[in-house]
Ligand binder design. Sequence first.
Ligand code: PEP
Ligand code: MN
Length: 336
Amino acid sequence: MLVVMKAQATPEQIQAVCEHIEQLGFRAHPLPGAQRTAIGITGNKGEVDRGNLESLSGVAEVIRVSKAYKLASRDVKEEDTVISFPGTDAAIGGRNLAIVAGPCSIESRDQAFAIAEQVASSGAQFFRGGAFKPRTSPYAFQGLGLEALKIMAEIRDRYGLRIVTEAIDSESLAMVAEWADVIQIGARNMQNFSLLKRAGRLRKPVLLKRGLSATLEEFLMAAEYVMSEGNYQVILCERGIRTFTDHSRNTLDLSIIPAVHHLSHLPILVDPSHATGKRESVLPIEVHHQPDKALSDGPQSIYPSQFATMMDEIQQIAPVVGRNLPRGIHATAVAG
Ligand code: PEP
Ligand code: MN
């Protein structure tokens, strides 16, 4: 159920409706929009008595949300969600393009700084590096853990880049939440419901990657898990799905982008690195200064010079399609 408040409803009226919902034993999720606030109701097995709610002051109407996902749905919030990072020009979901780049894994301080410098000077706003790696083989490099988080915190201070990194379990989630700006939940964990709920109890943006074989509904339901716990800052990420195709690591399902935009107000990013697995097919996001020596995902990591060229191209294309790349690109980044 969804309570739509009148455009002129006061904060006190919104608060009173939320309290009323909670007293009934449900959870209230106030979602402010440009015109009006909508209050999602979750935790109700059946119908909520709409008569009582409709009579509360400031309420415009009470609507039943028929989709399985409620808070992620456009029925609940018409406007696109824009996730901003106070004190910075970084935002995900608006007209400004959000560029996230970096190595698959943080391997050393030197490696991370060398890549971050290129990523920053090419105009990206987010640095993504793995500290905890979900590897297919238990013998493969598993990440530097806390040491990597500390390196990335230094990178944030030095270059003003917001930090994105993955949490793979509740232990790493607590650490990632402390050190990073965006918590990545990887494809393999997209249906780790207890991890999603834990991330939902935090108040940091969550970058949720699509599962290897997840349908659109499963993807949005995973987002709903995070949101149902009160964290509405979810960023979806298409990263390729498993198909019979064997020319690439995965198949980039670009058709999910308009489908998500139609059904949900949440922003969605595209990760062409994991989607294709091959440098020559990739634009961002995995950038490595020495991909041949990378401890993970070297073949899909593009060279800094390729990244700089791509950013230059994006800067030219963006205005043509009504988008904007907020950070200027320093020409020096292109050499290298
Ligand atoms: C990654 O981003 O390095 C990663 C492991 O991604 P995914 O979860 O999409 O495989
Ligand atoms: Mn990777």
